[in-house]
Design a protein around this ligand. Sequence first.
Ligand SMILES: [Zn+2]
Length: 149
Amino acid sequence: MNERFAEKMATEQVRVDTRTLADFVSIYCDGHHKDRSRARLASDAATLGVYGRKSHVLCEECAEHLRYAEKRRAFCPRDPKPFCAHCDTHCYRDEERAWQREMMRYSGRRSVLHGHAVDGIKHVIAARKWRREMEQSAAIAAQTEREDL
Ligand SMILES: [Zn+2]
């Protein structure tokens, strides 16, 4: 395992974010891939105990996406990390980004509906709040611009 990865994964916020991500991937996999053969996730973060003693049960495709996302989270160049969906540092490959967006949309809504993945719900609420604030400040900026003309 990469030493820097282990170092980054020792940070509490990185661990929480990574766990939240895994909860979301797990909800997505449960909803789409129950018919596939699935196994407990084996990954660097799982080895480091980020997911506790038992990691999530995922299909190989979702496990691969999550392994990729673990690395992206660990090596995020931003501190504090913005919401990935609204970040202008494109650290995800295009197809990973598209997959992640679809997965988050599905799992974010489900976790709110079913009241599980508490960290996930907090994430969704915080993201909505952030988006609202950005829209408001954009509206104010547009208003100011009009007044300047
Ligand atoms: Zn899956």
